[in-house]
Design a protein around this ligand. Sequence first.
Ligand SMILES: Cc1ncc(COP(=O)(O)O)c(C=O)c1O
Length: 372
Amino acid sequence: MSYDIDTRCIHGLEHKNKDANNAISYPIYQTASFSHLTPGHNPSGFDYSRESNPTRNYLEETVSSLEGAYDTVAFASGMAAISAAFEYFKTGDHILCGEDLYGGVVRLIAQVCNKNGYEIEPVDTTNPAEVASRIKENTRAIYLETPSNPMMKVSDIKAIAQIAHENRALLIVDNTFMTPYLQNPIKDGADIVIHSGTKYLSGHNDTVCGFLCSSNRELAERFRLLSKTTGATLGPFESWLCLRGIKTLALRMERHISNAAAVREWLLKRTEVREVYYAGSGMISFTVDSKERAESILKNVNLIIYAESLGGTESLITYPVVQTHPDVPEETRERLGITDKLLRLSVGIESPADIIADLESAFENSRNAVIE
Ligand SMILES: Cc1ncc(COP(=O)(O)O)c(C=O)c1O
């Protein structure tokens, strides 16, 4: 029997307890190594926690169940998962990448992957015809975020997957913003799904982790080899924290969405606000009328915290131009709209009235900083 996603968040793939001692909350196997009975006889199947660990395995199976993946590897961060995904390719391979991506990925491509001899080209993945026209003989993958960070641009996963597969390329989708609660890229044709599990999956701004979900055995075997060899796998305690966070993913997402809807409505009525970018989940980006206004809002929020990251219980406000996207070249930032007037809001699950009241007071206080 297949359960709804709300239930799978709580019970994993199957509604049965997988712990030998029937613990309801899966235990934290805080061990580096596992004993063997005799040479070649290892009944538990576990050797060494870099390679595999029961708590991490349980988390990985849970995420596979949510994403409809063949297999999932949990990493020490989203960037570790993304780095492992790029390790899959070889010198001479051509990779098309969305042009609006988390700044850390832009830095990875420009300052780390560059030595590998890949040809990585940005493309507007919201335009399938444009993507198709940029495919080359050696194109091996298309990499995108949808919605993108921070401009919330939406790409058509099914259409891009078809283009990728007609050209024997892989589609890699970063599903951090939507989560499997709202979007299942593998079901829409993606081959690999990435998560910064730091965000909605863990959900409490207390854990850094990442996931690489693969749709087939060949990819899974390669990523297992890469993770155990390069070694940035997730520790048992962080695995448990993320498992605990996932139990309430469905509830939290519903509240993030309804709070974001209320905040969006409020922003749309403000005369200081120029554009509001929203594509689902709890993430909203918006521009204001001046740099001074943007800086003053950041200074004057009180309940909402001026900090990087997103997807947790607490509302956070971020200045992408300074915090998440400084490594994107300035002309690209300007073209995409990542300016000093852009703010990104991760709407938390506090009372919507309190979040709006905090924005209201920050906007009112910003009047002193701006000549209106
Ligand atoms: C969309 C997206 N993908 C990946 C990452 C990287 O994840 P982490 O910070 O867990 O390494 C981030 C981080 O902000 C992100 O926003």
